[in-house]
Structure formats: structure tokens, C-alpha cells
Design a binder for this molecule. Sequence first.
Ligand SMILES: [Zn+2]
Length: 482
Amino acid sequence: MSWPTGRRRPGARCPIRLGSLGSQRIPLLKLPTHVLSLSRLYWTAFLASNMWRQSRYPFLALPRIAADRDRAVRRMIAYAFRHVPYYRRTFLQLGLTPEDFRSGDDITKLPVIDAETIRHGPDQFLADNVDPRSGLVLKTSGSSGVSRAVHIDRAAIFRNAAQGERERSMIATAVGKRHGYREAVIVLDSGLDESSTPRVQRFMRRNAYFPKTVEVERMYIDAAEQPHAYLPRLNRFAPDIIQGYGSSFDHLIDHVTTTRAEFHRPRAAYFHSDAIATPTRAALQALGIPVFSTYEACEALKIGFECDAHQGYHVNIDTYPVRIVDRDGRDVPAGETGTVVVSNLSNRAMVLLNYDLGDRARWLPGPCPCGRTLPRLELVDPSALQSITLPSGRIVNPSQLYGLFLGEPGLHDHQIVHVSPDRFRLVLVVPDPAEREACGSRILKAFQGIVAEDATAEAVFVDRIPLSNGGKKRKYIPLSTA
Ligand SMILES: [Zn+2]
């Protein structure tokens, strides 16, 4: 939110030109500094122009936004047909040509792909005209648990940052200033190269100019660090905004409320990646701290954002059109729960259309009180337990498992790991050591009662549930990914 309000000009054809610029990019590193500066100037201007009126875009009439989306679909389809092996082959196999795709609805003509599809042939989705070294590779495990690398081209990263104005403009209002604020970022392995947030921010700094007057002062906190350890540092830094995973806020607010520790109140809290617990959101609001969030994935960087009405996520359908589908891949009506399938109309390094994110969601009917027209979805219990299939074929329903953890006041968090077909690990967070044994044996006994002779289980106590490397906290790690 360090840049002026603006809207990306829909239909801007920058990516084609950027593709040709890309062929010059690698040698640039060896050229004299003033040539490199030209490149950074270009990307600075690119960012600024894409920000133009971006914060007003979600209020435009829906047919206008749909027309932008359809134009972007046609461009991306033509590009994929020309440059991406998977789509070239699939089009031929299905007897399709780019002319068969006129609107967002036509994306359904393509097969649904997922993390497994990519894992078996990641190169098939890479465009043959983009130098992969010119962009960024983000690695994530996400909710499916399958590790994958997503290549993103430089223009897509800058366009995404510009589009962030849609939520940053609201956060800026809460903070009361657009630049020169302080932001604490809670992120996994902040000192390493693995986390997406600092990597994207470093990438942008390397490739564009951010004048000192619009710089954001940031401190990074490792999400694996305990709140009691980092809180003194956080208080000294006195951030205007705290950014983190939903579960990071759960840990922080749980610590602050139970120990009454001193806590510098930021002007806004911004979370992403995993869900925030309802009591955490209520506690932040009671402290007068407005809460914002975005729905993100490495495959589609900024799918949606929460507005100040706090009723679901407005989906950026002009860039990341979303479908919510049933088991057979058919779109479900508003209000019904299905799986989120997204298409990325911005990234030309690795083209992903009709991509099953594995998240569960439903469309919210009716207009949003905020006046934005972008449709809204609500994620459905993103860290929820799933049905567990035992070696005998017997299926344990999630509702049986929820009951295990109720009525245990000493239990702060839990995770079920399906280690092998007949073995489970119950990962428990019980802060008081004196309560662990009794609490653990009660839960184990109840769990054993459910799985009976089909499986055995062990209890393990940890200080906190480890996050997946996509920063998501999961209640259940299925057998295939444990
Ligand atoms: Zn809204």
C-alpha cells in the first residue's frame, strides 16, 4: 500500500511486449548500472500505470468487468495454444481451437487440472517463450500437501502488486496513511528464501524503484517463533499493521489474552493463507483493530479480498476467474458448497487454467453492502477434517472426530496425521505440562474407540501445530501426504 490509488487498465497488452523484453533480461545483469536502471524505471512505470484507479475497479458494473475477463480469456487461450505444450496438445486432442473460447464460461471446455497434474509434468505448463530466470519461482505445498513449484513472470508479479490496491486502499484508510508506515510480517522461515511474501517483496525491490518517501518499514517475524519470544520486539517496533497467517494471529491473541502481556495495538491486522479463529477475530475487533484478509495461492496470487463489510471474499474475476464445482466438475448454484477451481489470466510463465485448488467454498448470493460488484465467495472451514478411510474400508465421518477434542479446556490446538494405513498420530497442544498426560490419554482412548481394531494411535505434544510450507495450518494430514 505504498503506492497511489489506481486501476489496472483492463485490456492492457503489456505481457506480449514484456515477453520480448524478457529475452534481453538476463544479459542486463552484466550491463552497466545505467542500463539496468532503465529496466527498473520501466517496471516502476509499469507498476504505477497498472495501479491507476485500481481501488475503484471493484465498483464497476459487472457486465463491464465480465467483458474485461472475457477479453483476458481470449488472449490467454491464444497464448497458451501458441506457447504452452500442455494446452497445445490438449486443444488438438479435444479438437478445439482458440476460436472456441469467447468468454469465461468457455474455460469449462478444458479439463480440470490439479497439483498432481502439475507434479507429473510441470514443464508441460511452462511457456516456451519466457525465460524462467527472469521471473520468480514460488514453492508451496498448499492444502493438498503435494509440493510444487509455480513459475511466475515479472509482469504478472507487478500486475498482482498493482491489483493489491483493491484491498490496500481499505487498509490505508484504517491506518490513516499510505506511506511511511511500519509493518510487522509474520512469515515462515523469514530468513530463508522459501517464504513467498519476503521473496516477492525482494523481487520487486530488485526490479523497480521505491522512493524513500513511499517506502514501508518492515520487520519480519518467524511464524515458528513463540509470541512470548517475539512480543517485546514487536512492541518496540510499534507497527501500524501486522500481517500474518490466520493461525499466527490465533497464537498471538491467545497469548496476549491469557497472559495479559503488553501488546502494541496496530491500526490494522491483515491475514492470509489459513483461517483466523472466530474468537481471535472478535478479540481483535474488541481491541478496536480492523481485520482484513485476502484469499491467495501461488497458482493465482490474489484470488480475492475481504472488504470492510467482512462478508466473504470479493473475487478478482477479471484476472482470476473462479468456478465452484461438484465432484463431477459441474458448477454448483450459489449457496452450495463445492471445490474452488481457478484460472490465472495474468501469469504467462506457467499457464494454469481450470486449476483445482482443493479449497472448499460457496458463492454468497446477493449484492455486498459495500457496493462492490465483484462476486463473493466464502471459504468453508478451510482447515476442516475430512473423512478418514480405514484399512477395512470403513469410513470415519469428520463429525465423529470433532467430538474428540471438545470438552478439553487444557487443549489449545490439535492435528490428526494419518501416518500409515493403520497408524495415526494425534498432535496436541496442551500448554500446561501437568494436564498433558490425562488430556492425551482421554483423547487417545476416545480416538481408539472410533477406529477400534482398524488402527492404532499415538499422542505427541508440541508447542504449536507446524504449518505447511504454504503457511496453512491443517487439522488433518491425509495418508498420501503424511
Ligand atoms: Zn463488499
